[in-house]
Design a protein around this ligand. Structure first.
Ligand code: SF4
Length: 362
């Protein structure tokens, strides 16, 4: 099919959606706050994984104002496990902006929504069409997969111009009623039938009669995606510094990855024992013992969007501590229950704990 035929997908897709849509907690009403939070959580995480996070979040922060007032520590704890903490930070920033600029009421118009921190064209399209019935499309990877298969389009789907072209072509055919449903029907088809991994379920698809890829059996050739540039690899030396029943943690400074989050003390590069001892002495640690974990292979890699950390880990046991050495000292219980330690460090912490008990140190 051609883009000029997009009008033909509306009715069959809406019928299919109304009969087959999944019952999801954020679909219970058209409250923009609910749609917004769910869309932000769903950006990097599967629906099934998001549901418990969403429910816990809404129980604790049921309104925009409660989010605006939430302490970062609690917010990050609610977000722990979802990763990409800048999303949580932006949610709070946007909630504060809604309180200041819009008296706590979510703006109703696409252009105003788009100005809020952390909200791009996709999320603004989703909120404005689902909550306010605007004829705005929300085009993400799921929708682009459906569209490029329908039209057998070889454009690179990471190209923002192509994404904008598809968005406009879809917006031209938005129905008078059920606009939010049309937005969601496209997302839903991409999520449950025109799936990314494995064979699409074309026999269940309401658009099979229009689909070029289905008719030519070329589904696996779409979507076309430009190869990503290789991630930058950064070596890190991570320290689990213990004193009696406590562990040293600090707040990550700067503007880079995980800024403002809790961290285990860590240094750039794969440092040698003398280099680590030098650093520890500069921080005035009184060291009793230092041990390196023997195998810090694959398990201790952590992947961010553009960076990959390869972490070498050491356990440092202190003889004594002077003036807390500039760190915050917490028990393992506090670290596990109260502190939102980002997954990169949590992984290291767990691995070091396990390895320590198994004697896997040199
Ligand atoms: S027919 Fe198959 S390939 Fe085409 S849109 Fe439907 S699920 Fe996707």
């Amino acid at each position: 099919m051609e883009q000029s035929q997009f009008g033909e997908i509306v009715a069959p897709l809406l019928d299919w959606y109304n009969q087959n849509k999944r019952c999801l907690p954020w679909r219970a009403d058209k409250e923009p706050y609910h749609i917004w939070v769910s869309e932000i959580m769903l950006q990097q995480t599967r629906v099934e994984a998001v549901i418990p996070y969403y429910e816990r979040f809404m129980k604790r922060l049921p309104s925009i104002l409660s989010l605006a007032d939430c302490e970062n520590e609690e917010l990050f704890k609610l977000w722990e496990g979802l990763g990409y903490y800048s999303r949580a930070r932006n949610l709070k920033k946007a909630a504060q902006e809604i309180r200041t600029r819009y008296q706590g009421v979510f703006p109703k118009n696409y252009d105003e929504i788009l100005k809020l921190p952390g909200i791009g064209a996709y999320t603004a399209g989703a909120i404005s069409s689902i909550a306010f019935g605007e004829p705005r499309a929300a085009v993400d990877g799921n929708v682009l997969r459906v569209i490029t298969r329908l039209t057998q389009d070889c454009h690179d789907i990471t190209d923002t111009k192509f994404r904008a072209e598809i968005t406009q072509a879809l917006e031209r055919v938005y129905p008078q009623t059920g606009r939010g449903d049309f937005t969601q029907s496209l997302m839903e088809l991409g999520a449950v039938a025109c799936v990314p991994n494995g064979k699409p379920k074309c026999a269940e698809c309401p658009l099979a009669f229009l689909c070029g890829a289905y008719q030519d059996s070329t589904q696996s050739q779409y979507p076309v995606k430009k190869k990503k540039t290789a991630r930058k690899i950064e070596q890190k030396t991570v320290l689990l510094i213990k004193y009696q029943d406590k562990i040293a943690i600090g707040k990550r400074e700067g503007k880079g990855v995980l800024s403002g989050m809790w961290e285990l003390p860590n240094l750039d590069g794969e440092l040698t024992k003398p280099q680590i001892l030098q650093w520890l002495s500069e921080q005035q640690f009184d060291i009793k013992e230092i041990q390196k974990m023997k195998d810090t292979g694959k398990a201790l890699k952590h992947i961010f969007t553009h960076i990959e950390w390869h972490m070498t880990c050491w356990i440092v046991t202190c003889e004594s501590v002077a003036n807390e050495n500039g760190f915050t000292w917490v028990t393992t219980g506090q670290l596990e229950k109260e502190i939102a330690l980002p997954t990169a460090f949590k992984k290291v912490y767990q691995k070091m704990q396990e390895s320590f008990s198994e004697g896997a140190f040199s």
